[in-house]
Each structure stands twice: as C-alpha cells, then as structure tokens.
Design a protein around this ligand. Sequence first.
Ligand SMILES: NC(=O)c1ccc[n+]([C@@H]2O[C@H](COP(=O)([O-])OP(=O)(O)OC[C@H]3O[C@@H](n4cnc5c(N)ncnc54)[C@H](OP(=O)(O)O)[C@@H]3O)[C@@H](O)[C@H]2O)c1
Length: 287
Amino acid sequence: MDMSIEAANGVKIPQLGFGVYNLKQGKNGVFEKTINEAIKAGYRHFDTARIYGNEQALGRGIEDSGLPREDFFLTSKVWTTDLGYWQTQQAFEHSCKKLNTTYLDMYLLHFAGPHYVDAWKALEKLYVEGRIKVIGVANFEIEHLEHLKKHSEITPMINQIETHPEFQQQPLREYMSRHQILHEAWAPLGQGNKALFENTELKDIARGHQKTVGQVILRWHLNRETIVIPKSSNPQRIKENMDVLNFNLSEEDMERIARLDTGKRYSVNPRGYQVNPMFVKLMKLFM
Ligand SMILES: NC(=O)c1ccc[n+]([C@@H]2O[C@H](COP(=O)([O-])OP(=O)(O)OC[C@H]3O[C@@H](n4cnc5c(N)ncnc54)[C@H](OP(=O)(O)O)[C@@H]3O)[C@@H](O)[C@H]2O)c1
C-alpha cells in the first residue's frame, strides 16, 4: 500500500495505518501475533501512545517481523501528566526505549492538558534535532491551535481527532486545511458502534459496491484525504480494513455520507477533559 499524504515538511505519511489502543494483550504473545497479522496484511504505519501501555509489545511485534525499522512509520503520544519542557523530553525517551527505536516518525501531544505550550517546545527541539520526523497534536480544538500559534515556531503538522460519518469535524477540518495541518481520524470506524454499522444508507452504499460498511467508511475517509488508523484484533477484519483501494465511492455516495453528520461525538470532549487520577495510577502499573 503506497498511498500516502505529505506533511507540511514533505514527510510522507502512509494514509492507512493501524491503531493499537485496546488491542488484546495477554499471555502467549497474542498482541505480537496481531501485529504480525497486520504487517502481513500490509500495514506499516502503527499508532500507539504511552498511556496505552503497549509500546514495548508493539516494538517486539515489529522486531519479530524481521523487517528494517525504516520500513515502518511509528507514532506515539505524550500523555497529559507528562506535559512540560523536560517531562515531555523524558517521556519521549521512555517511549523510544519501549519501542526499541532511536527516533519516532510521528510524536503527538495526546491532549491540550496543562503546560501544553512548554511540551510543544520540547517537540520542536526534538524535531530540530532529527529525533522526530513529524510533530503534531491530538484532540486539539481551534482555540488550542490558535493559542499554540501565538507561542510556537513550528505549526503542528497534524491533528488526530475523533472522526467518523456521524461526527465529521467540518469546522475544525476547514481551519486545519487553511493552516496546512493534516487531519488524522481516531475512531475512524466509530469504535465499532453498532448503530453506525446498521445505518441503512451505509448498508445500501456497501451493497452497491459489494463491500462491507467498514470498508465504505474507510474509503470515505481516504477520499477526504484523512489519515486513518483503524484498530482490529480480528484477523479477518484486519485484512478487510486494508482491502479498500480496489473500489471507489461516487460523488453521490460521498454526499449521502456527508448527510449522516449529527455533530455529536461518541467519545470524550477535549474541551476541559479531566483525567481520572485513579485511571492514571492504574495505567502507570502497566507502562
Ligand atoms: N488520540 C486519541 O485520543 C485517540 C483516542 C482513541 C483512539 N486513538 C487511536 O485511534 C485508533 C483507532 O480508534 P479506535 O480503536 O478507538 O476505534 P476504531 O478503529 O474506529 O474501531 C475499533 C473497533 O471497531 C471494530 N472493527 C474494526 N474493524 C471492523 C470492521 N471492518 N467491521 C466491524 N467492526 C470493526 C473493532 O473490533 P475488533 O477488534 O473485534 O475487530 C473495534 O471494536 C486507536 O487504536 C488508537 O490508536 C486515539
């Protein structure tokens, strides 16, 4: 799969990647086996985060493939409790160590938590030093991006945000497009939401192309020049989600999907998002 999108600095990002949040972990290397399935299916872009507690297992899965590090595009994210000029640099080193790498292809601020401007300065430094190829943010709203613009040298090259047919992010997308900030969708499949997969319009479009609803949703994202990172622990769906380049949606299909936008998120609102301290304590046990 060589479909890629260029960041503002010319670095190519594979448009169809693989997310590993909540990917099954356990004994017998089940996580590593799933990564292996994904690599066999053709994925080379993997999205993790320190808070997911699976960077080390992802690093092992990649190493087990026997392919060179440069064949992969690896993203990680700095968690809210690690925001700050020094803390973020330490968190970056920690993630690199876990992933068994000396550099990251992409590193993102996970949320606009306290001290995110100082954390951004750390990302700028690591970028200038060549340790990160693409620097960006996740869950940033227009007000966060505007604030960062006033206090930074480099504009974030990408913003990873909840996006699916029922939450299309139109106003933020337009702002990002004006500022050369790429759009990356998390929850591109709406986290497998049943009602979304049962939507009659999507089912009808899928029937017309002899594809699944999941494939139609992913194709819709790709046509909107959004980078996607669907997660699946299921070997059949891992292949299915990669098999989206041999068909296309018509303008009418795209318009029908555009009309499904309700403007309502399925997940957390990044404005004033509060991290549950208990959750952080629990996650740190696994990191
Ligand atoms: N920056 C952030 O704050 C943030 C937040 C959330 C996620 N993310 C990133 O984005 C990635 C993707 O988001 P996500 O994992 O939340 O949601 P998602 O990829 O939209 O959906 C994953 C869910 O959909 C199911 N699924 C996968 N392929 C399917 C298909 N073809 N048909 C039907 N169901 C399918 C999966 O079940 P099976 O596993 O059983 O297939 C899983 O339950 C994450 O893994 C993570 O890397 C980032």
